[in-house]
Write a protein that binds this ligand. Structure first.
Ligand code: SAH
Length: 262
């Protein structure tokens, strides 16, 4: 049975060591960050191959258990909510890669975190979540996540993991992916603008901008000026490919910058 805490913390543990070993292959001679080590099936394999492993676990009980069972000079174990941790706390000067069976509830935030830092990663995620990441314009699943993913990473599916490899057995299967940052990626500010616009993905671009006015820090006058400058203002956002949305975000960013400096 899963209790409420188990559910909230996404505590679904991998029980297949071969899968952990396969993920850990990407850690060879690297400085690795692991999010949510839990009982440590992956952590143990990472410690065998990596140069150094920083693992961040939110649950105090699991943190204590892992601290007492896994002894490795390479391991730095931190008891903290990953989302509250600063870069100084979790990143080494030269962290190479994030390897994690990601707690489901923070998957979206982890992708944003990696995108903002241009960090490569091997991640085990819910299969449906990966489908959302890879969704193309004009499909139901196309969202902020798909746009950010497409602009930030090249995604390679490594392995499909069926639900029977976890305990307690979840309702969905998982997929392990490797994501490599694109050098042409966007900035964190552009990503925030894209996030605001995609909240209104069914609207025409000019209306989506109008509706995100407050979060973009713009007034009606700004909106008018901006809209007159857009060639695709009448297009619905969910039909626009990521690159087009990025171009719009850049225009908005440039406008914000000019406004702030005037
Ligand atoms: N990596 C382990 C555990 C995966 S379950 C395995 O593969 O078996 C997810 C783990 O992340 C749990 O241990 C949970 O307590 C932890 N966790 C959940 N939310 C977290 C957060 N915000 N920061 C750090 N750890 C978190």
């Amino acid at each position: 049975m899963t209790d409420r805490r188990t559910h909230r913390m996404g505590q679904i543990f991998l029980i297949n060591k071969d899968i952990a070993k396969m993920e850990a292959e990407h850690a060879r001679d690297k400085h690795v960050l692991e999010i949510g080590p839990g009982p440590g099936i992956l952590t143990e394999e990472l410690c065998k191959l990596a140069k150094k492993v920083v693992a961040v676990e939110k649950d105090r009980r699991l943190y204590r258990e892992l601290k007492s069972t896994l002894h490795s000079k390479k391991l730095v174990l931190i008891n903290k909510d990953f989302l509250d941790a600063t870069d100084e706390e979790v990143l080494l000067k030269d962290t190479d890669i994030v390897i994690s069976n990601v707690p489901y509830s923070i998957s979206g935030k982890v992708i944003g975190w990696l995108s903002d830092r241009n960090m490569q990663a091997v991640l085990c995620l819910q299969k449906e979540f990966v489908d959302h990441m890879l969704a193309k314009e004009n499909t139901r699943d196309y969202s902020k996540l798909s746009v950010i993913t497409s602009l930030s990473f090249r995604v390679t599916k490594i392995y499909e993991v069926s639900r029977g490899n976890f305990r307690p057995i979840p309702k969905v299967d998982s997929t392990i992916i490797y994501i490599k940052p694109l050098s042409s990626g966007m900035t964190a500010r552009e990503s925030v603008i894209i996030g605001a616009l995609m909240q209104h993905k069914k609207k025409r671009l000019k209306n989506a901008i109008e509706d995100s006015r407050k979060s973009l820090g713009l007034d009606r006058n700004d909106i008018q000026k901006l809209s007159s400058n857009l060639e695709n203002g009448e297009e619905r956002l969910f039909k626009m490919p990521p690159q087009k949305i990025l171009e719009t975000a850049r225009k908005i960013f440039e406008y914000q910058k000019e406004k702030d400096s005037s």
